[in-house]
Design a protein around this ligand. Structure first.
Ligand code: ADP
Ligand code: MG
Length: 256
């Protein structure tokens, strides 16, 4: 079964085409990377999958459901951004608990402050605390729960952002250049950690990077993008050994 089916997605900003009939099927549990130079449309495609941007044409299905027009929170996806997008005034624990609190509150009651003191809800708060603690420990940030993002290193902030996506237990992780703000050594270490996460969770990852070696070492398949087009989708070795056309070969720097 396909986890994600992207059919002839088009996107224009003010009549300028940014995505041109992009079609792609991503298998359940696959680690697929969108690889291409800056400005080729990777983030736009990922944001369309997340529901943060509306396509001009075409259709997206997640699982067996067409999600066009479905709000981001109802898509069973979680996105990790390059900039981490943490709330600076909240602690690590509060940042990580936020998606769960929003979910519970929207189905239980819509008054967060009152909700804490209502009978029965303490159990929910405790349960959320447990999930946050467990997730933070798994990511090696269990000792940082009381800190605020400003008191963390780049690598720690990145882990918090991943943790906040994890607590939602999504069927699909969308990651937009999550390592590009880290120094080279940490970037290589975090590659391995993200891969470990993928193995452990067994869910689908759609990963975006402009970094070839990142794409080649982490992915089951790589989708090479240039100027809003998908040029080739294949296993890393195949893209290197047998690029479909000259533009792929030039970008990858392989001999064709
Ligand atoms: P990438 O992530 O591959 O660097 P993007 O998807 O961010 O590329 O951008 C693709 C193109 O779309 C770029 O030319 C960018 O300037 C343009 N673009 C992206 N978002 C917007 C927007 N909100 N309004 C206008 N143009 C945009
Ligand atoms: Mg981008």
């Amino acid at each position: 079964m396909s986890a994600i089916t992207i059919e002839k997605i088009e996107k224009s900003f003010c009549a300028t085409p940014v995505l041109r009939e992009v079609s792609l099927s991503i298998a359940d549990g696959e680690f697929l990377t969108l690889l291409g130079p800056s400005g080729c449309g990777k983030s736009t495609l990922l944001r369309i999958l997340a529901g943060l941007e509306v396509q001009t044409g075409g259709s997206v299905s997640i699982g067996d459901r067409v999600v066009d027009g479905v709000r981001p929170k109802r898509r069973d996806v979680a996105m990790v951004f390059q900039s981490y997008a943490l709330y600076p005034h909240m602690t690590v624990a509060q940042n990580m608990a936020l998606p769960l609190r929003m979910r519970r509150l929207s189905s239980w009651q819509r008054l967060p402050l009152l909700g804490r003191f209502m009978p029965g809800t303490n159990a929910v708060v405790e349960e959320i605390d447990k999930v946050v603690m467990r997730t933070a420990k798994a990511l090696g940030i269990g000792h940082l729960l009381a800190r605020k993002p400003g008191q963390l290193s780049g690598g720690q902030r990145q882990r918090v952002a991943v943790g906040r996506a994890m607590v939602r237990e999504p069927a699909v992780f969308l990651m937009d250049e999550p390592l590009s703000n880290l120094d080279a050594k940490l970037r290589v270490q975090m590659r391995a950690e993200i891969k470990e996460l993928h193995h452990r969770l067994g869910v689908t990852f759609v990963y975006v990077t402009h970094d070839q070696s990142e794409a080649m070492t982490m992915s089951d398949r790589v989708a090479v993008m240039l100027d809003g087009e998908l040029l080739q989708v294949a296993q890393p070795q195949e893209i290197y050994d047998d690029p479909d056309d000259r533009r792929v070969a030039e970008f990858i720097g392989s001999p064709k």
